[in-house]
Structure formats: C-alpha cells, structure tokens
Design a protein around this ligand. Structure first.
Ligand SMILES: Cc1cc2nc3c(=O)[nH]c(=O)nc-3n(C[C@H](O)[C@H](O)[C@H](O)COP(=O)(O)O)c2cc1C
Length: 423
C-alpha cells in the first residue's frame, strides 16, 4: 500500500535492500565490516568531540558518533568547519569507526556537507531527534517528524549520491503504529542503521523522564529482521546495557548521558568490576586532559573540556568546593599548564590522600541496591569515582503512557533480572 507522506506519495519498497545509484555497502555489511560494534557513544552537541571519542573508545566504546553539525553551515562556512572538524577527526588510526551526524532540511546542503566528510567516516547520520527550541526555529531534528516527504528526500539524496551509507536517529511518536510507519519510511528512503531514542519530542529538560523500551522493542520486532537497529535511552550502569540488548534484541546500545558522566559505562559487564565500571575521577580527568593536549588542533575538544571536567567531577566537586571554584574560573583559552596546576593536580592529590587512608578499602566500597521499578538497580559509588547522573524514577511526570508501560513491563523485567542476580 502506498503511503501518503504529505505532498508526495512514496511507494514502500518491498525488498529489504534498497538499491542505491552508488555502489556501496548495505547496513548489515557495513555493520560487520566495522566489527559489529555493540557499545556506541551517542551524538552529543559540544560533547562527543574528538578527544571524548578517543577516551570513550579506550574505555570500551566500539562505535562513536560526532556531535550534530549544521549541514548548511558546514557546507558553506569555513570558520564553522574549522571550529567543528580538524585533520585528526575521522583519522583511521585514532578515530574510527565513526559516524558523522548532520541536521538539515535541504537535501542539496546536506549532500554538500556530507561529501566533505565522506572520506573520513564510515557513515553519515541524519538527526531527526533534536527537540530543542533551536531545532524548532531552524526547522530540523524532531521538528521534521511531521514532514515525512522531506525526511524521505533528505535520506534518499545521501543514499543515492554519497559513497558511504546514510543512517538515521529518531525519536518516537505516542502511537506505536505511527512510529512503525515512520521508521519504515526512513528505511525505505535508504537509511542503513536506525537508532531509536525511546522518548517523545516533548520529553526534554524537566520532562525528560524514562525512555520507552517497549516501544523500541516493538519497532525492533516489526521491522525487517536484517535492519541494523540501535536502542537508546535509560542506560545508567553496565548491567543496563546487557538488559537493554537482551530485552530489545537490538544490534547495539547507544548512550549519551551515561557515557558523559561515566566514560567507564562501556568498559565492564557488571558494576562489580569496580575499577573498570566506575573509574577514579583523578585518573579519568588526567587521561582526558592528556588527550586534549595531544590533539590540540581540535578546537572542538578544547572548547568541550571544561564542560566534560564538570561532568566527570560532578560527584567530587560538592566535597571540594575549592576545586570547583578553580574549574569555574578556567576556559578554553586558559593555558594547559594552568589547567594542570589548578584542577588536574589538585584532584590527583586529594584522591591519592583518600587512598592513603588506613580504611581506604572500606571507604572505597561500591554497593548495589535492590531492583527498582524500572528493572535495574541503583548503585552507591564513592564520590571519587565516576558515576551516573540520574533523574529519580518517582519524578517521572512527562508522559503517563511511559510510566504505565514501565509498570506493566517492569514486572516481567524484574522477574528476568531477579533470576540472573547472583549478588
Ligand atoms: C549533551 C547532549 C547533547 C546531545 N546532542 C545530540 C546531538 O547532537 N544529536 C543527537 O541526535 N542527539 C543528541 N543528544 C541526545 C542523545 O544522543 C541521546 O539520544 C539522548 O540523550 C538519550 O540517550 P541517554 O538516555 O543515553 O542520554 C544529546 C544529548 C546530550 C545529553
């Protein structure tokens, strides 16, 4: 049945493989050629920049997305490109596999921008999920969710003309069938990987709430089985990655906030592997700092460093407000030596002193709590270790449907989880 997508009628492709004018890998071929990655650093504006991707890969990430770039600016402004992208971005020795993400509403600009990076990445992604006011004004991201014909054209333009595959990242509609039809249309246009962030466009800021794994699973179950499919949302601990993969049966899990606050999230199977799952803040701050220094030509990394330090050190700073004040006083132009003297070294000294205490082993304990409504458990982690930042589940007011589905689905999830728990 043909689908009316606004001004244009798009015939759904009945074959699972949509032929491109350009010879290139299918999603499954691409996925396998990059080692079938299962742990993905999400695209994050000003945060999934080169240095962060390098750090995250060292700690277990097997695929990374760039921050969203604005296609028109990227295609037309050399200054914007310089600020966002440098020669080391996408370097096969340090920064692959890599997906470059753009937001766009004009197929010609999107293609022009994508052509500039196609030799330095494995795929180009279209952002269809950004819910921010700036995306509404700029008419991109999740504000294209009502313009299916435009979305189709954007993806098809890249599918037909780019050397590397095109992929897409979406949010969900409240209705299952509508979301499924939307996902099918995107695949029909030529998207080779599909990432589903299980939140509605309205779920942002205070109303972020929980992502709806049941909706993600519904899509996974009803799309062609060979679709390369990534789930996104609700990842706080390593166990959640395993739970999410098992429940949704997706090819991989993408994490944004979980990875930002704790780059160790991808590095362990369980929270029991303390040093891998919750690395010490002094060690991560030092390692990230050294990477930023080494890849000094990455303007984006220099700019992102302060915000990353605040997130890495989030549990630590309330206990050491002098370090917080020092960090607040630094910026992207502050010489590296000053960064070292005012933040990196003081953090190292403080954490070393903690570990020199007689009762250090007792103090450094990680304690796992009971299984919660959402199927996982909170873990109590000492403040000198990286750990997730989370919004309490009881505070979910954003979308009643999500809470209801969790309550219904949570029981089954809890049962499965209980069976597996050994501690
Ligand atoms: C700081 C930040 C920046 C983000 N920037 C982007 C972006 O550039 N492109 C995008 O598709 N999503 C972006 N997102 C959304 C994430 O990729 C992800 O879909 C969302 O945060 C849900 O994943 P999480 O529950 O693991 O945080 C951003 C999220 C955060 C926290």
């Amino acid at each position: 049945m043909a689908q009316n997508l606004g001004t244009e009628v798009v015939q759904p492709n009945t074959e699972s493989k949509i032929v491109s004018r350009v010879e290139k890998m299918t999603g499954r071929e691409l996925f396998e050629s990059i080692g079938s990655p299962t742990k993905i650093v999400a695209p994050m504006v000003d945060q999934s920049e080169l240095a962060w991707r390098i750090l995250s890969r060292r700690h277990g990430a097997t695929l990374a997305y760039t921050p969203m770039f604005h296609a028109k600016l990227f295609a037309t402004s050399e200054k914007y490109r310089r600020d966002m992208w440098c020669d080391s971005d996408g370097d096969p020795k340090i920064d692959r596999p890599l997906v470059v993400q753009f937001c766009a509403n004009d197929p010609a600009y999107l293609l022009a921008a994508a052509k500039l990076v196609q030799d330095k990445c494995d795929a180009v992604d279209l952002n269809l999920g950004c819910p921010q006011g700036i995306a509404r004004k700029g008419h991109y991201g999740s504000f294209l969710m009502e313009e299916w014909d435009l979305v189709h054209k954007l993806i098809r333009e890249l599918h037909d003309n780019l050397d590397v595959p095109v992929t897409a990242k979406i949010r969900i509609f409240p209705e299952r069938e509508k979301t499924l039809a939307y996902a099918r249309m995107i695949l029909d246009a030529g998207a080779q990987f599909l990432t589903v962030h299980g939140r509605l466009r309205e779920q942002k800021g205070q109303k972020t709430g929980l992502a709806d794994w049941e909706m993600i699973k519904f899509l996974r179950d009803n799309l062609p089985p060979d679709t390369v499919f990534f789930g996104n949302g609700n990842i706080l601990y390593p166990e959640d990655i395993v739970r999410s993969m098992e429940h949704i049966k997706c090819d991989a899990v993408m994490s944004a906030e979980g990875n930002l606050y704790n780059p160790g999230i991808f590095n362990a199977e369980t929270s029991k592997e303390k040093d891998r799952a919750f690395p010490r803040v002094d060690k991560i701050a030092r390692e990230y700092f050294e990477i930023v220094k080494k890849y000094e030509s990455s303007q984006a990394s220099r700019i992102a460093m302060k915000s990353h330090m605040f997130k890495i050190l989030r549990p630590f700073l309330p206990h050491h407000t002098d370090v917080r004040a020092a960090l607040a006083s630094l910026n992207a132009k502050t010489p590296f030596q000053e960064w070292e003297d005012k933040v990196i070294k003081p953090v190292e000294t403080i954490v070393e002193q903690i570990f020199a205490k007689e009762n250090a082993v007792e103090l450094d304990k990680v304690v796992k709590g009971p299984v919660e409504l959402w199927g996982g458990s909170y873990v109590k982690v000492p403040y000198w270790r990286c750990q997730p930042y989370f919004r309490p589940v009881n505070g979910v007011t954003a979308d009643k449907r999500v809470v209801e589905s969790l309550e219904a689905g949570g029981k089954e999830l809890r049962e499965t989880h209980k069976k597996r728990r050994t501690d």
